[in-house]
Design a protein around this ligand. Structure first.
Ligand code: C2E
Ligand code: CA
Ligand code: CA
Length: 566
C-alpha cells in the first residue's frame, strides 16, 4: 500500500508541514521525509505565501490549528474558499477532542491526533488524503468537456437525475442552445477560432447557470444543454443571456438558437424534456440573429402525427396504400411540345388520415431510414409500369424516380437498382434517377464516386432542385450528371420579376456549358413556358401540361396523344 504513494527520487510529491513547534515538525518530518519532498512553515502567514507560490505543485498541507499570526482554522478557511487553492488537501493536527468534526466540516481532508499515532498510521492517512484528492481531480476531468469545462453529456444527465431526486422532482426546465452555422464558422476562420467561440458561449452559459441555478453541459460539437429550476420569466432571463453573449461574441459574428421545454407540471423524464427542447430548437431556422422557441402543442401534435406515420408505414407497404403517380415531362425544343418522359411521385392513401402528400412524410422517413424501403417500392412499381407501357404501346417512356440522399449511402444501391431494371426486362437508360443537388454537398467525394459508377452502368442522372444546394461552379464541372432540373422556386416569378428570369437564363447557360439539357419544373402558365423556351430550356414539367396522374389517367393521356398523332 505504501508504494502507492512513493515516487522516484527527485519526483516526490511536495507536502508542507505548518506548525510553530520545532519538535512536532521534526517528528513528522522523520516519518514522512523519505516518502515526500517536505517543506515547513512556522506560522499561518508564511504558510499562505508558500502555498500560493507552490499552488500547482503542492500535494498536501499538514496544518496545526494553534499558531501565532494566522491560526490553522483561519488558514484552512482561506484555502477552502480560494478556487485555485481548494484542490490542495489539508490534514489537520489536533490534540483537542471535538475539533476533528469541526475541521472536517470546514473542509479538512483528514486529521492526525497529537501525540502522534504509529508512523505507519500517519503515513497511511497522509497517503490516502493525497490519493483521494488526485482521484477527484481525475473525476473532475473525465466529467468535463476539456474545452469549455462544462459537464459532458453522460455526467450531465447523471447529475441532472440526482438533482431531480434531491429537489423531490420540483419543476426543472430543459434548454438547448445551438450555435448557428458553426460548421461554416469553423471552415471560414479555422478550428482554433471555432474553439474560442465555443469557450465564450460555454463561459456565458456557466455564468447563466451560476445565476439561476442548475447544470450546464456541452452536448455536441456545436450545442449545449442546460437544466435549470423552472422560472415563469425564463424568456426574459434567456434574453438577458443573449445580450451578455452578444457582448462577448460581438466580433465573432455568431448567433445561437435556443429551444426550450418548460416543465409545466406534467410528469416527464429529463431525457424526454431535452428531446423536446431539441426539437423546438431544430424547428427554428438558423438565421443571423439570436432566437428562441418553445416546445408547444403544435410541435407536440406534429410529433404525434409523425410517430403515427412511422408506426403505420409497414402496413401501408403491405396493403399497397402507397400509389405511384406520374407527372409527364414535355420537350419544348420543337414547335409542338412532345411528351418525352415522366417523374414518379408517391402518394399515400391512408385508410384513416386520407391522402397524404410526400411533403408530409418523406423527410420523416429520411430521418429514420424508412425511406429506403419506400423508395425501393416506388422504384419497382415504376419499373413495372414502364414495362407495361412498353408492352401496351410498343414504345418506351423513360420515367425518373427520386433517389433520396439516404439511399446513396446504401452500399448495395447499384445492385438493387440493377435487379429492379433487369427483373422488368428494361435497360438502365429507361429508369432515370433524380438526385437532389444538396445531396452532393453532404459528402461530395463519396457521392460523386457512387453516381459515376451508376452512370457507368448506363443509368442517367438528373440533378434535382438545382439552385437550392451549394454546388460551386468548379465542382459542377466535375459532377457526373445528365440533366439539370431547375428548382421550381426560380420559375414561380419569372413573369413578374426580371431578376428571377435572369437567374433562370444564367442557370440554363451553366447547363449549356456542362452540355446537359435543362428541365424546368413547377411550370404553371403559358407565359412561363414562353419565357423558358426563350431562355433555352429543353424540357418542362408542371401543372401547365399536367398534374401528377394515377396510372389510368396517364394511360388515357398516352391514348389521346396517339390518337392525335394518327
Ligand atoms: P420534387 O422531386 O421536387 O417533385 C416535384 C414536386 O412538385 C412534386 O410534389 C410535384 O407534385 C410538384 N409539382 C409539379 N408540378 C407543379 C406545379 O406546376 N406547381 C406546383 N406548385 N407544384 C408542382 P410532391 O409530389 O408533393 O412531392 C414533393 C417532394 O417529395 C418531391 O419533390 C420529392 O422531393 C419528394 N418525393 C416525392 N415522391 C418521392 C419518392 O418516391 N421518393 C423520394 N425519396 N422522394 C419523393
Ligand atoms: Ca424530383
Ligand atoms: Ca425538384
Amino acid at each position: 500500500m505504501q508504494e502507492l504513494f512513493t515516487r522516484e527520487k527527485g519526483l516526490e510529491r511536495k507536502i508542507l508541514i505548518v506548525d510553530d513547534e520545532y519538535i512536532e515538525r521534526e517528528m513528522l518530518a522523520a516519518m514522512l521525509s523519505d516518502l515526500y519532498d517536505v517543506s515547513y512553515s512556522e506560522n499561518g502567514e508564511d504558510a499562505l505565501v508558500f502555498i500560493k507560490e507552490n499552488k500547482y505543485t503542492l500535494s498536501l498541507v499538514i496544518l496545526d490549528l494553534h499558531m501565532p499570526k494566522l491560526d490553522g482554522y483561519s488558514l484552512l478557511k482561506i484555502i477552502r474558499s480560494d478556487a485555485q487553492l481548494r484542490r490542495i488537501p489539508v490534514v489537520v493536527l489536533t490534540s483537542e477532542k471535538g475539533s476533528e468534526v469541526e475541521c472536517l466540516q470546514m473542509g479538512a481532508a483528514d486529521f492526525i491526533t497529537k501525540p502522534y499515532e504509529a508512523p505507519d498510521i500517519v503515513r497511511a492517512r497522509v497517503g490516502r488524503a493525497i490519493e483521494l484528492a488526485e482521484d477527484s481531480i481525475i473525476i473532475h476531468e473525465t466529467e468535463r468537456d476539456s474545452l469549455t469545462k462544462l459537464f459532458n453529456k453522460e455526467f450531465f444527465f447523471e447529475y441532472g437525475k440526482r438533482l431531480d431526486r434531491q429537489r423531490d422532482n420540483s419543476p426543472m426546465d430543459a434548454v438547448v442552445v445551438d450555435i448557428n452555422r458553426f460548421r461554416i464558422v469553423n471552415a471560414l476562420y479555422g478550428r482554433s477560432y471555432g474553439d474560442e467561440v465555443l469557450k465564450k458561449i460555454g463561459n456565458a452559459l456557466h455564468d447563466f447557470v451560476n445565476n439561476v441555478g442548475g447544470l450546464a453541459c456541452r452536448s455536441g460539437s456545436n450545442s449545449f444543454d442546460i437544466y435549470i429550476p423552472h422560472y415563469d420569466d425564463l424568456e426574459e432571463k434567456i434574453k438577458g443571456f443573449f445580450s451578455k453573449l452578444e457582448q462577448s461574441t460581438k466580433e465573432n459574428k455568431v448567433t445561437v438558437r435556443v429551444g426550450i421545454c418548460l416543465d409545466e407540471g406534467q410528469p416527464s423524464e429529463m431525457v424526454e424534456k431535452f428531446d423536446r427542447a431539441r426539437l423546438a430548437c431544430h424547428k427554428l431556422s438558423s438565421g443571423y440573429t439570436n432566437c428562441l422557441g418553445f416546445y408547444d402543442s403544435k410541435i407536440q401534435n406534429r410529433e404525434i402525427y409523425e410517430e403515427r406515420l412511422i408506426k403505420d408505414m409497414d402496413t401501408a407497404i403491405e396493403e399497397h396504400q402507397f400509389k405511384v403517380y406520374f407527372q409527364p415531362k414535355y420537350n419544348i425544343t420543337a414547335e409542338v411540345p412532345r411528351l418525352t418522359s415522366a417523374e414518379a411521385l408517391v402518394r399515400w392513401f391512408h385508410p384513416e388520415l386520407g391522402m397524404i402528400s410526400p411533403g408530409d412524410f418523406i423527410s420523416v422517413f429520411e430521418n429514420n431510414g424508412l425511406i429506403q424501403k419506400l423508395d425501393r417500392f416506388v422504384w419497382s412499381e415504376t419499373a413495372k409500369q414502364i414495362k407495361q407501357w412498353k408492352q401496351k404501346y410498343g414504345k418506351s417512356i423513360p420515367v425518373s424516380v427520386n433517389v433520396s440522399r439516404v439511399d446513396i449511402f446504401e452500399p448495395k444501391l447499384e445492385e438493387i437498382l440493377l435487379d429492379i431494371v433487369k427483373g422488368n426486362s428494361l435497360s438502365t437508360g429507361e429508369l432515370l434517377l433524380e438526385i437532389t443537388e444538396s445531396a452532393y454537398t453532404d459528402d461530395s467525394m463519396q457521392i460523386v464516386e457512387k453516381v459515376s459508377s451508376l452512370r457507368n452502368k448506363g443509368f442517367k442522372i438528373e440533378m434535382d432542385d438545382f439552385g437550392c444546394g451549394y454546388s460551386s461552379l468548379n465542382m459542377l464541372t466535375a459532377l457526373p450528371i445528365d440533366a439539370l432540373k431547375l428548382d421550381m422556386k426560380f420559375i414561380r416569378n419569372i413573369e413578374t420579376n426580371p431578376k428571377d428570369y435572369s437567374l433562370v437564363c444564367i442557370m440554363t447557360e451553366i447547363a449549356k456549358l456542362l452540355n446537359v439539357p435543362v428541365i424546368a419544373e413547377g411550370v404553371e402558365t403559358k407565359g412561363q413556358v414562353d419565357l423558358l423556351k426563350k431562355a433555352g430550356c429543353d424540357i418542362i414539367q408542371g401543372y401547365y401540361f399536367s398534374k401528377p396522374l394515377p396510372t389510368k389517367e396517364f394511360d388515357a393521356l398516352i391514348d389521346k396523344i396517339k390518337s392525335e398523332d394518327i
